[in-house]
Design a protein around this ligand. Structure first.
Ligand code: PMP
Length: 459
């Protein structure tokens, strides 16, 4: 570690005095000597003292090709020479048009229309409003269909509509009085099966439970909202194979729209460009953000099928317009970054290379199974959750107040690696551009940090 610079001390004091950090108990924020990131390159972040850290969570699950990729930097600079921002309200813009056409080409077939916004939460809000209005405009078939079915542990963002869908009590319960009611189904969380099963005794009750819940509430449901394959913020809960396809079939049978929230899983994180591809599913609405701009600038999109889009066409008297739009919707710099990022997927063979890396990464991760307090290791593509437990035999969690995973994260940081806790689940989700050697460092530092904090001989 380099010596603490006076300027770092000054910035830390100003940070403590003025910046309110997200999802953070500010009373204790300063105790962990916050890092202040000055610059970055590739898969590495550099703080104000010149220390380097491997970006093991891709700057909140968003960076795709590494930081300061010359192709994305150049695209943003070139766009800056034209225009940084001009509205999509009453005007259009070249990068917004070209990115929309590219997204329509790479998204699951049938999703041809792109509504831009600025964050994952707004992409979800847009989807909710479109689904709600779509049902209203459908005539008698859509009558009374105004609710949303979502899963326990769901996370779809922090705006009020998205929080209403949310199923993580720690984050969402306090806002109960502010939220609209949803229909909730149990999540297929295999390590802590809500139906009391183990792997060997699994009877896929989660499938029948979803079917029963959707069927019972179908007449009042506008849409089912799902994070395909992995429920990220719930602790990287990986769904059983076929669950998403099952949800699609149910929605078709019951006349419910399927909203796939690929804000976290999209753009290669599960190994394919979109998670839906792995179950050959086209949702009616697809929410995208985070990796859409390569992780460089705020941008989001809600993509819809032609059928959904066409329900909004009509003359002015019918008032079928979608009344929604943010000032920075389809920002030109962010769209230019998005175009460059999609180009890189093609020119650098990002997903093909990732398959090779994942084989190496997976073998490394398996070594963590020998640590006595690692209860479960879940992975889909590069998205990884390591659930720590006090007692492996009974799967008993650590007391919440111990903040075990948080301590592990600090221990990993001392080893030059940034990872994040979600409760007592460690999240590892590096950029897709991570190298085999960096995978080794990421897993080794995580293992040492777990061992330092939780102790116990390897099993
Ligand atoms: N949906 C999912 C599945 C997410 O993981 C997130 C963010 N982690 C969001 C929505 C919200 O995205 P944002 O933070 O950009 O609003």
């Amino acid at each position: 570690m380099n010596a603490l610079q006076p300027d770092t001390e000054r910035l830390r004091a100003l940070d403590t005095a003025h910046v309110w950090h997200p999802f953070t108990q500010m009373a204790t924020w300063h105790e962990d000597a916050p890092l202040i990131i000055e610059k970055a390159r590739g898969n590495w972040l550099v703080d104000t003292d010149g220390n380097r850290y491997l970006d093991g969570v891709s700057s909140l699950w968003t960076n795709v090709h590494g930081h300061r990729h010359p192709h994305i930097d150049a695209a943003i600079r070139a766009q800056l020479d034209n225009v940084a921002h001009s509205t999509l309200l009453g005007l259009s813009s070249r990068p917004a048009i070209e990115l929309a056409a590219m997204l329509a080409r790479v998204a699951p077939q049938g999703l041809n229309r792109v509504f831009y916004s600025d964050s994952g939460s707004t992409a979800v809000e847009v989807a909710l409003k479109i689904a709600y209005q779509y049902q209203k405009q459908r005539g008698p078939a859509g009558e009374g269909r105004s609710k949303f079915l979502c899963l326990r542990g769901a996370y779809h963002g922090d705006t009020v509509g998205a929080v209403s869908l949310g199923g993580i009590d720690l984050f969402h319960a306090v806002y109960g009085g502010l939220l609209f009611k949803t229909v909730r189904a149990e999540a297929p969380y295999c390590y802590r099966c809500p139906f009391g099963r183990q792997k060997e005794s699994c009877r896929h009750e989660c499938f029948t439970h979803l079917e029963e819940t959707a069927t019972r509430h179908a007449p009042e449901l506008a849409a089912m909202v799902i994070e395909p394959l992995v429920q990220g913020a719930a602790g990287q809960i990986t769904h059983p194979d076929g669950y998403l396809a099952h949800a699609r079939a149910l929605c078709d049978r019951l006349g419910i729209l399927l909203i796939a929230d690929e804000v976290a899983v999209g753009f290669g994180k599960t190994g394919t460009m979109f998670a839906c591809e792995q179950e050959k599913v086209t949702p009616d609405l697809l929410c995208l953000a985070k990796g859409i701009s390569g992780g460089y600038l705020p941008l989001a999109a809600t993509m819809v099928t032609d059928a959904v889009y066409e329900a909004f066409l009509g003359d002015h008297a019918q008032c079928r317009t979608f009344f929604h739009g943010h000032t920075y919707t389809g920002n030109a710099l962010a769209c230019a970054a998005g175009i460059a990022s999609l180009q890189l997927f093609r020119t650098e063979g990002t997903l093909e290379r990732l398959q090779h890396i994942i084989t190496i990464y997976d073998a490394l991760l398996r070594q963590l199974e020998t640590l006595p307090h690692v209860g479960d290791i879940r992975r889909r593509g590069i998205m990884t959750g390591i659930e720590l437990v006090e007692d492996r035999a009974t799967r008993r969690p650590y007391p919440f107040a111990l903040r075990t995973a948080h301590k592990v994260v600090l221990a990993a940081r001392r080893r030059g690696v940034i990872i994040r806790p979600l409760g007592d689940v460690l999240v590892l989700m590096p950029p897709l551009s991570i190298t085999a050697q960096e995978c080794g460092l990421l897993v080794e530092a995580t293992a040492e940090a777990i061992q330092e904090v939780t102790g116990g001989p390897r099993v």
